[in-house]
Design a protein around this ligand. Structure first.
Ligand SMILES: Nc1ncnc2c1ncn2[C@@H]1O[C@H](COP(=O)(O)OP(=O)(O)OP(=O)(O)O)[C@@H](O)[C@H]1O
Ligand SMILES: O=P(O)(O)OC[C@H]1O[C@H](OP(=O)(O)OP(=O)(O)O)[C@H](O)[C@@H]1O
Ligand SMILES: O=C(O)c1cccnc1
Ligand SMILES: [Mg+2]
Length: 563
């Protein structure tokens, strides 16, 4: 399919993060934290508890946007943070100034010495489809150090996974064949929101961004059109002084491209097939289009809704496109940014097809139509239901601000300390944590779909292909199922080995993560993916872990006394 707009760069050779560089955003430091992490770290240290070995799980409790899946994103930035985790003298001085003066000076020497060399991180690969309760990351290490990681890690995963999921959901509704452009920078929540949105929307299945900084930082393809300001900045074709244009093969020069455009406009006006659709078009708009075509003859795309789409924008675009065609150039297409996008795209397509027929310009009928203007999942769905002729969507505000749901409830919970499993109870069962250092697996069925994710204790034997295993709902006794997996995939892999001597998983380039994400989404059973009342994906625990959770629950919950 033809690309929309000016192509500023192709995807670069992505940089392999082996070194490992620090986080993309230099604001991500150990101070990007909640105060209570420091007060707890002090209290652990003061009590001589700081080096106790703790295991924390990072997970979320509910899928966003009323859906039944989430895309896991943000892992690379977490590993970059971990790999470079050290306090500067300046930061230590600030922590000291922020804690009560009664805190002993030795704590600051302790902070001076810590890094993540004794921390071990297992995580699900970035770009995987993930589900509630399953640990996305398992962080193990000295309790005070790992406590200091909670807020930054949750911060780095939360929005990344939310916006990647939002992008994946927009892609799902738009369909695989459409070009999806992220146009959200101006509406994003600050500079980091803008950069993060561009990165993770690409990961979640968008094709390109308008955000130049994101193009430079991550090698994401850049695309763009032009705005209404460019069109309304022109008053008349007389403004164009440099009117000559070389043909695409440089064999001849058209000395007055503007007159060629005017000639085509008259032909269109009097043509049999198009007769009566339009009269006088807006000449200042025509000047803007001709001028843009002179600047970008190979990438001409026009925003056609400044004055009147069918009576001015589209005929003016076609006149310029046909003049370009005379010189061997193929115009890219138009952008619609207001009004009824379904209706206008269909009318425009008919107009393009009529031109192809009347003037014998091959493929003119297939000229690209891009649409934008407050698009979201619902409007994309409505457009599909009505029928439309749009090839590409530019989406900003709703996508990057995650308008439909502003946060993913990622949490970081202690599940084990000094080899002792810990549980956090709650009146709300969905908030009870799943104790123990665990392993997690995805079990696939005979049709190739993932059937269930299962958590087991660290030392339980792993589920085996062809062997029946009981999968239990972690909290609901009556919900259980036997599964005979056709494929077993271990989900948690070692991304930061600490001192364990384990091999570290590579951090793949963003393009590969994007492909992985698209493949993962394609693998899901369609009923988990549908927008209305999707089927929940099953998340379970082994029988042994189930028994242990409930044993610990009873052990920890005080018995009430009725009077
Ligand atoms: N065929 C359609 N079906 C459903 N929604 C549509 C359709 N066409 C456009 N929309 C949506 O309707 C809304 C139109 O918004 P609104 O009326 O505020 O804009 P407009 O007047 O067309 O343009 P402008 O942004 O210039 O004010 C947008 O959110 C757009 O995405
Ligand atoms: O609508 P979004 O999904 O956020 O997509 C990006 C929008 O940003 C641009 O214009 P802007 O909104 O700045 O001005 P406009 O509303 O007048 O078009 C563009 O024309 C889109 O309409
Ligand atoms: O290139 C575009 O068309 C664009 C970029 C950002 C926002 N709206 C549109
Ligand atoms: Mg707008």
């Amino acid at each position: 399919m033809a690309a929309a707009g000016v192509v500023a760069n192709g995807p670069k050779e992505e940089k392999q993060a082996v070194g490992i560089d620090g986080p993309t955003n230099p604001m991500v430091t150990p101070l990007l934290n909640d105060l209570y992490q420091f007060t707890m770290a002090y209290a652990y240290w003061k009590g001589g508890k700081h080096n106790e070995r703790a295991v924390f799980d990072l997970y979320f409790r509910r899928n966003p946007f009323g859906g039944e899946y989430t895309v896991f994103a943000g892992l690379e930035e977490c590993i970059r943070f971990i790999a470079n985790f050290r306090f500067t003298e300046d930061e230590i001085a600030f922590v000291q100034a922020s804690l009560p003066p009664s805190c002993e000076i030795g704590f600051y020497d302790y902070l001076r010495g810590i890094d993540c060399s004794d921390v071990e991180i297992h995580a699900i690969s970035e770009g995987f489809v993930v589900f509630p309760k399953i640990p996305l990351m398992r962080v193990e290490g000295p309790v005070a150090v790992v406590q200091l990681l909670e807020t930054p890690l949750v911060n780095l995963i939360n929005y990344a996974s939310l916006v990647a999921t939002n992008a994946a959901r927009h892609r799902f509704v738009a369909g695989k064949s459409k070009l999806l452009l992220e146009f959200g920078l101006r509406r994003a929540q600050g500079p980091d929101g803008g950069i993060g949105a561009s990165k993770y929307c690409y990961m979640g299945g968008f094709d390109a961004t308008s955000n130049v900084a994101a193009g430079k930082l991550f090698g994401i393809p850049l695309r763009g059109t032009h705005s209404h300001a460019f069109v309304s900045s022109f008053m008349s074709p007389d403004e164009i002084t440099e009117k000559s244009l070389k043909s695409s093969d440089s064999s001849n020069i058209c000395e007055d491209f503007v007159s060629l455009v005017q000639a085509w406009l008259s032909k269109l006006k009097w043509s049999q097939l198009l007769g009566g659709i339009f009269g006088e078009t807006n000449q200042s708009e025509l000047a803007a289009f001709a001028s843009y075509a002179l600047a970008f003859p190979k990438n001409f795309l026009a925003l056609v809704d400044t004055y009147d789409v069918m009576r001015s924008g589209v005929p003016n675009f076609c006149a310029v496109a046909l003049a370009l065609n005379d010189l061997g150039y193929k115009a890219l297409g138009i952008r619609l940014d207001s009004g009824d996008l379904a209706y206008q795209s269909c009318e425009t397509r008919k107009f393009f097809q009529a031109i192809e027929k009347e003037f014998g310009v091959a493929d003119f009928g297939r000229t690209n139509i891009t649409a934008s203007n407050d698009l979201n999942e619902e409007t994309l769905d409505a457009l599909n239901k009505q029928g439309h002729e749009i090839d590409a969507f530019g989406i900003g505000t709703h996508l990057v601000t995650c308008y439909a749901q502003p946060a993913l409830g990622v949490v970081f919970k202690l599940v084990e300390i000094n080899n002792q499993p810990r549980i956090k109870l709650s009146e709300d069962v969905s908030k009870v944590s799943i104790p123990c250092k665990k392993r997690c697996y995805r079990l696939y069925g005979k049709e190739g779909y993932p059937l269930v994710d299962i958590m087991t204790g660290e030392n339980e034997p792993s589920p085996k292909v062809g062997e029946r295993i009981l999968c239990r709902h972690p909290f609901n006794e009556s919900k259980r199922a036997y599964v005979v997996p056709k494929r077993v995939e271990e989900l948690l892999k070692c991304f930061w080995p600490g001192r364990s001597g384990k091999e570290r998983e590579e951090l793949p380039p963003i393009k590969l993560i994007r492909e992985r994400c698209i493949n993962q989404l394609n693998l899901m059973r369609p009923d988990h993916m549908r927008r209305l009342n999707p089927t929940p994906y099953k998340v379970s625990v082994s029988a042994k872990l189930y028994d242990f959770i409930h044993f610990l629950w009873l052990n920890e919950a005080p018995v009430g006394e009725l009077q």
